[in-house]
Design a protein around this ligand. Structure first.
Ligand SMILES: [Zn+2]
Length: 164
């Protein structure tokens, strides 16, 4: 089984909704969302989603992607599949909105699609937007860890012949 999977069309709908609502400058950016089917960690912390700039090879490999784009994608948005499936509508928007905050657009540049990091857990503008549930990400991390841990236990049991 491959680690990464195509996402259903609904993910593209949420992505478009977030782009339109909060990131008009990303209108011309091609963003490829993919599911990661294995839990990722960065410095020990569970990664619910991440965004990267497509390198030249990834651009080339995504030329005939779902958008039938002729130039490939500018960004690759990786979403933990377990997290996404357990997240409600509002949290799905929060996840993508957080990731798109990592983009930095330089329109005057020949390659306008940049990235930026953050020194705190969430961006200041996101803290305001998420004030109804400031611990949304921590909660999703807890759910995600529990689901993967249950999957591991089940796989171990199956190996031992405990369950079918
Ligand atoms: Zn972040």
């Amino acid at each position: 089984m491959l680690r990464y999977e195509d996402v259903p069309g609904r993910v593209y709908d949420v992505l478009e909704f977030v782009k339109k609502g909060w990131f008009p400058e990303l209108k011309g950016a091609k963003i490829l969302p993919v599911f990661n089917t294995q839990m990722a960690r960065n410095k020990g912390k569970v990664v619910l989603a991440s965004i990267r700039k497509a390198n030249d090879l990834q651009k080339y490999l995504t030329v005939e992607g779902q958008s039938k784009s002729t130039t490939g994608y500018d960004y690759i948005l990786t979403l933990d599949k377990v997290t996404w499936r357990r997240a409600g509508k509002e949290n799905r928007i929060r996840i993508i909105r957080h990731e798109l905050r990592h983009t930095q657009v330089h329109m005057s540049s020949t390659d306008p699609w940049g990235l930026r990091g953050h020194s705190i857990e969430d961006f200041y503008s996101e803290i305001k937007l998420n004030k109804r549930d400031p611990r949304w990400a921590q909660k999703l991390v807890g759910i995600t860890e529990a689901v993967y841990s249950a999957k591991r236990k089940e796989a171990n049991l199956r190996k031992k012949g405990g369950i079918e």
